[in-house]
Design a protein around this ligand. Structure first.
Ligand SMILES: C[S@@+](CC[C@H](N)C(=O)[O-])C[C@H]1O[C@@H](n2cnc3c(N)ncnc32)[C@H](O)[C@@H]1O
Ligand SMILES: Nc1nc2[nH]cc(C(=O)O)c2c(=O)[nH]1
Ligand code: SF4
Ligand SMILES: [Mg+2]
Length: 207
């Protein structure tokens, strides 16, 4: 039996919350409070948080409670991730965060319609369920995971679909780091509109 999540966004399946350093992409190195919502059906075979996929395993939690927790930390930035956070209506959560003076950042595959009020959208498009036009249009950063050589073409296809000011990142898939990072280095030197993003939190041994 599938549990229903209320459509008003007042209750959300919360997998975990943690205060750490943003490890990836444009905001790398900045302290932020992470809110990880459960549920994803995109199915990336290399996903590094498969425990998030089944939303039923993660307790429905009041968005008001999540906002209160976020307020308790020195950094006034939150990263909403998952799972796939855009499975849910994020209007209520992000309105509450912004009203508390907290900047709202999202990590998304873009496979579901955009909801919420965002100071920064990180779009990481996936072949397994392609991003929707409204998320492509809102992306401040495009972060493509490089698992094999064909992902460079995939990256260029999506770079053509985002805003001209969107920052462009290539991030090695973690298990393929040793094989793909040298290719990414060469690619970025030849195509300098792209930058490298590494999962620096994994090197730092922090969440
Ligand atoms: C776990 S996902 C959750 C948010 C959303 N579902 C998405 O994919 O963007 C967070 C970020 O981690 C990236 N990621 C997941 N597994 C990875 C891996 N094995 N190596 C590198 N990056 C990975 C995703 O592409 C995404 O940018
Ligand atoms: N430190 C840290 N930075 C991150 N940036 C994106 C993450 C994610 O899983 O969405 C992540 C994460 O899990 N930890
Ligand atoms: S879309 Fe994100 S959470 Fe879902 S399987 Fe892919 S990397 Fe994992
Ligand atoms: Mg992660």
């Amino acid at each position: 039996m599938t549990r229903q999540v209320p459509e008003d966004g007042t209750l959300l399946p919360l997998m975990e919350e943690f205060y750490t350093i943003q490890g990836e992409g444009y905001h790398t190195g900045k302290a932020a409070y992470f809110i990880r919502l459960g549920g994803c059906d995109v199915g990336c075979h290399w996903c590094d948080v498969k425990e998030s996929w089944d939303a039923e395993l993660h307790p429905l939690t009041a968005a008001d409670t999540i906002i209160e927790h976020a307020k308790q930390h020195p950094s006034k930035a939150v990263v909403v991730t998952g799972g796939e956070p855009l499975l849910y209506n994020l209007d209520y959560l992000t309105q509450g965060l912004q009203s508390a003076g907290i900047k709202t950042f999202i990590e998304t595959s873009g496979a579901y319609p955009l909801s919420g009020y965002w100071d920064w959208v990180c779009l990481s498009p996936k072949k397994f369920k392609r991003p929707l036009p409204d998320v492509l249009a809102a992306a401040g950063e495009l972060k493509v995971i490089v698992f094999n050589k064909s992902d460079f073409d995939w990256a260029e296809q999506h770079a053509a679909l985002v805003h001209t000011t969107c920052r462009l990142y290539l991030q090695p898939e973690w298990s393929k780091t040793h094989e793909m990072t040298p290719l990414i280095v060469d690619y970025v030197m030849q195509n300098p509109k792209w930058e490298i993003s590494l999962q620096t939190h994994k090197y730092l041994n922090i969440p």
